[in-house]
Design a protein around this ligand. Structure first.
Ligand code: ZN
Length: 197
């Protein structure tokens, strides 16, 4: 731990005098017109994916930051939040979807995997063995085996759409889509979906 740091409590909503959780939540819901969470890979070659997803769904990204009279940044006009994780795997995004629904409400979850992804360059056994040898660490039980890498894009997208759907933290009213992104053609191709019932 670093010493001598100041308290940052002044910036925490829950540390304010008279904190009213329900009232704060209502204000959050008004601050951003969120509709879609996009889960995609942290590969820098696909940074445009959230904007393309926004176009596909007729929404706004990145939008504009809204400030109050004091210049404080209090809101945004975007409809799309990004969850940027290795391979765009849904497992890493489950908690973020739950929080996005709780604070803002969501309609769509779009999971995007992409061509030439680094997550297809290794195997579950390969990464587990390497961690054993290079770090003396056993990660075999750390993550679900089917969410560690990608060996079959269609199977991974179908798996991730179902994983997201089956999570208790995913709202039942949300539509879930799995898209493949071609990084050279810069095109999104829908591969799987689970629509709200
Ligand atoms: Zn990738």
């Amino acid at each position: 731990m670093c010493g001598n740091h100041q308290s940052f409590d002044a910036y925490a909503f829950s540390k304010q005098p008279g904190f009213d959780e329900a009232a704060v939540r209502k204000e959050f819901a008004k601050a951003v017109p969120l509709k879609t969470v996009v889960v995609y890979c942290y590969d820098p070659r696909i940074a445009q994916v959230p904007r393309l997803v926004a176009e596909e769904f007729g929404q706004t990204h990145p939008g504009e930051i809204v400030t109050d009279g004091n210049g404080s940044k209090i809101a945004s006009t975007t409809n799309v939040f990004e969850v940027c994780v290795a391979g765009g795997r849904a497992y890493d995004a489950l908690r973020s979807v739950t929080v996005a629904q709780h604070l803002f409400g969501i309609e769509n979850i779009v999971i995007v995997h992409h061509t030439h992804c680094g997550a297809t360059s290794f195997t579950k056994e390969g990464i587990i063995d390497a961690y054993n040898q290079e770090h003396g660490a056993d990660i075999e039980q750390l993550y679900p085996a089917e969410s560690i890498c990608i060996s079959d894009y269609t199977a991974s997208l179908e798996h991730d759409v179902l994983l997201m759907r089956d999570s208790a933290g995913t709202p039942k009213h949300a539509n879930i889509y799995g898209y493949m992104y071609d990084i050279d053609e810069e095109k999104l191709i829908k591969v799987a979906q689970s629509l709200a019932v």
